[in-house]
Design a protein around this ligand. Structure first.
Ligand SMILES: C[S@@+](CC[C@H](N)C(=O)[O-])C[C@H]1O[C@@H](n2cnc3c(N)ncnc32)[C@H](O)[C@@H]1O
Length: 260
């Protein structure tokens, strides 16, 4: 029954969770369930599902970032940093002045990341902080570089995450985003569809005991904006000199922008 003032209330905001429509308020909780479920097997599944390609793509991101090799201070923030791959790579290829912060909303993913950071003997140079990309727990203008790898498509309001990236970067700071994108090579797109919808969920069931989280992962990739549309969103957030590079025919892409 409609109560008198129901009509005055705006309808609840809805958004996509994979191919399902859910309320925007509920979405982050569903995403968190996915990563809580997959955290312990996340690295293994990444290797299996991408046949190791994610390692090359992450290497490309760090090469493009080109962190300083000297001892000058350089603060790097890796948002949705999960199990720590990007921060660990950044520190492996940079000078003594570089320090990283991994920020992720999932305590389960951060727990795996914390173990890897300790195993690498980098506890003093990598901090791990629980936080939401849409409301980062850091002061404005506090980082020289912001990276996010395979993270932004999981965020409910991408525009808010981009605004936060801009806020926390110092003027002259660099934004780099690695994300699955849209294949632009004939035939590869069909092969990729088959791999995404037939192979990955089955692989998830076999290797990790659950198909649903992997079904969400492939569906969320298809919902993510095209390379050009995402570049436009980055410009809208205030970034300049926005550019992108396709990786492996557009299966993934790296977007770059500067806070000038
Ligand atoms: C596919 S994993 C990527 C992990 C890591 N960056 C990598 O490349 O291996 C996505 C990560 O995004 C995190 N995440 C999802 N929503 C987030 C949000 N709103 N804020 C911060 N992290 C979020 C998840 O917890 C998960 O660790």
């Amino acid at each position: 029954m409609t109560r008198p003032n129901d009509a005055d209330r705006p309808p609840p905001e809805t958004t996509s969770f994979g191919f399902r429509e859910v309320s925007a308020d509920a979405r982050q909780g569903l995403v968190n369930e996915v990563f809580a479920t997959v955290a312990e097997r996340y690295d293994l599944m990444n290797d299996l599902m991408s046949a190791g390609l994610h390692r090359l793509w992450k290497g490309d991101l760090v090469t493009w970032l080109n962190p300083p090799h000297g001892s000058q201070p350089f603060r790097h923030l890796d948002v949705a940093g999960g199990t720590g791959d990007i921060a660990l790579r950044v520190l492996a290829t940079s000078g003594a002045g570089v320090a990283s912060v991994i920020c992720d909303i999932s305590p389960e993913m951060l727990a795996v990341g914390r173990r890897k950071v300790a195993d690498a003997g980098l506890t003093g140079r990598i901090d791990l902080v629980e936080g939401n990309a849409e409301a980062l727990p850091f002061p404005s203008k506090s980082f020289d570089a912001y990276t996010i790898a395979f993270g932004i498509r999981n965020v409910t309001h991408i525009d808010r995450a981009l605004a936060e990236a801009y806020r926390v970067l110092k003027p002259g700071g660099r934004f780099l985003c690695l994300e699955f994108s849209h294949v632009d090579v004939p035939m590869l797109d069909r092969l990729y569809d088959f791999h995404s919808f037939e192979v990955i969920p089955r692989l998830g069931k076999l290797a990790a005991g659950a198909a649903e989280p992997y079904q969400y992962l492939v569906e969320s990739i298809r919902r993510f904006p095209t390379q050009e549309a995402f570049a436009a969103m980055i410009r809208m957030a205030g970034f300049e000199r926005v550019a992108y590079r396709n990786l492996t025919g557009g299966i993934a892409a790296i977007h770059s922008g500067w806070r000038l």
